[in-house]
Design a protein around this ligand. Structure first.
Ligand code: SF4
Length: 470
């Protein structure tokens, strides 16, 4: 069996992975972590059956639709396992239905199928099955016909009708997804060697690594909290990292949504990284997770940049969306991270229904006051499967038929109670300009670069960010 893992082409640079699709906010594009996770499972399945696995990331290779079809034709896969995203749903449907017409079996994974997948399968006859979890062996079980072993997929009934009626096979609901998961070593070597950019990388090449899956926190706007929470054994993670080191990769981006959520394990990982002594990395953590001991351990282990969810300067908004911390905690976390010599990135969600001009002003003021190194503004979207989506539907801000949306900021999906979409988008662009165009900030950025690689990367990302926000 010939299997292709595919990130389809598109008119813009789309990031479709981890059930959170969006356009890139500047020029960055990291390795799609779903396909990385599936690559280990698919590689072992193919190897055991004398098959072949290939990866085609049309985003990294910047392939046109025609060039992508031609590359797929050249590989002649039996099965295409493709990312899809709400950000690019119309383009994805057109591309993948054409692949189906050319005789491929198409399995899909992505945010737009995270909720009501069977309804989408009834509308889109090219979808043979939907993968709901990439950190398990479901793909292998499905391809082997072992339906009774599948944890969570939407499949077509095997009843002789063509196409079969969609049905969800779910032996393990997300809320019960706990403990450890096993992932055969992701096959980084199958992904393109160039074409990925990470704004915070200090060296090239870099790799994207996942040491846990999902998130145990309940923030209501976020899809990751709906996935359950599982960790990978430290030994498995180290095996993957050592394989990367052996191939010359020292720069890592940990896609874990909260590094340090299992504290003892995070400290163990940091000790192992420190022993290796040659890693340089970036990770997400929460303002209330990174205490002094953890920040010190991360710094000693090679971490140079941490990203933390700020979301808003408004304590009422933080409480309403169940963030679990107040702005005073956020201020303290950024101050301490700086003390440990870590660069800081604040991620924000703007455009929630309660947003006003004044709350946006307060948020910008907080970002400046915290003296963060980078500010990342995400536009609120009613992500599939989240409590916030239910709220947006109830408020009439979105409809069940709204399948296309982008949190990356190319557009504003939601009006707020006081701001229409056009004003919201204009406000977001103004905030980006006001934050990044401060002379003191530009001077600090320029004087903090440590290498030609970094200088070029910062100029490229800076220009891309600016051109998207004028
Ligand atoms: S802590 Fe972060 S990843 Fe976890 S649910 Fe909240 S926003 Fe999502």
């Amino acid at each position: 069996m010939r299997i292709l893992l595919l990130n389809p082409p598109g008119k813009r640079i789309y990031i479709r992975d981890y059930f959170c699709s969006k356009t890139t906010k500047s020029n960055y594009l990291f390795h799609p972590v779903d396909l990385l996770g599936l690559s280990g499972t698919a590689a072992e399945f193919a190897k055991a059956r004398g098959g072949e696995l290939s990866v085609l990331d049309c985003m990294a290779e910047r392939l046109s639709v025609d060039a992508a079809h031609a590359k797929i034709e050249a590989f002649r896969p039996d099965v295409v396992v493709s990312l899809v995203g709400s950000v690019s749903w119309d383009e994805d449907r057109a591309f993948l239905s054409e692949e189906h017409r050319r005789g491929r079996r198409v399995l899909a994974i992505g945010d737009v199928l995270h909720e009501n997948a069977e309804d989408r399968m009834r509308e889109e006859l090219w979808i043979e099955a939907v993968i709901h979890v990439f950190a398990n062996a479901d793909l292998a079980h499905y391809l082997a016909g072992e339906r009774e072993l599948i944890e969570d997929m939407s499949v077509r009934r095997d009843d002789g009708t063509d196409p079969g009626e969609p049905t969800r096979l779910c032996r393990l609901e997300a809320k019960h997804r706990k403990g450890e998961f096993v992932l055969p070593r992701p096959r980084h070597e199958l992904f393109p060697a160039t074409g990925y950019h990470f704004s915070f990388a200090k060296n090239a090449p870099f790799a994207t690594v996942l040491t846990d899956y999902g998130c145990p926190y309940p923030c209501t706007v976020c899809v990751i909290g709906t996935l359950g929470f599982q960790t990978r054994a430290v030994a498995e993670v180290l095996e993957e990292i050592d394989a990367l080191r052996a191939s010359g990769v020292r720069e890592l981006f940990f896609m874990d949504q909260t590094f340090g959520v299992v504290r003892s394990r995070a400290l163990e990982l940091c000790r192992a990284f420190e022993e290796r002594g040659d890693l340089s990395w970036t990770a997400y953590t929460r303002p209330d997770t990174g205490d002094d001991e953890l920040l010190a351990a991360m710094k000693s282990a090679g971490c140079h940049t941490i990203m933390m969810g700020v979301e808003s300067a408004d304590d009422e908004l933080l409480a309403a969306y169940e963030k679990g911390y107040r702005s005073s905690i956020i201020l303290d976390a950024f101050r301490r991270a700086r003390q440990f010599g870590l660069r800081t990135v604040g991620t924000f969600i703007i455009g929630l229904p309660e947003e006003t001009k004044s709350s946006l002003e307060k948020t910008l003021e907080l970002a400046v006051r915290m003296d963060m190194d980078f500010m990342s503004l995400n536009m609120a979207v009613p992500r599939f499967g989240t409590p916030f989506r239910k709220q947006a539907l109830e408020l009439g801000l979105a409809s069940e038929r709204d399948l296309v949306m982008d949190q990356g900021g190319a557009d504003a999906f939601l009006p707020t109670s006081t701001l229409d979409r056009k004003t919201m988008l204009a406000m977001k662009k103004r905030m980006v300009r006001r934050f990044y165009m401060r002379p003191s900030y530009l001077w600090r950025r320029l004087t903090s670069v440590g290498s030609l690689f970094e200088l070029r990367a910062q100029l490229r990302e800076g220009w891309a960010l600016f051109s998207r926000n004028i």
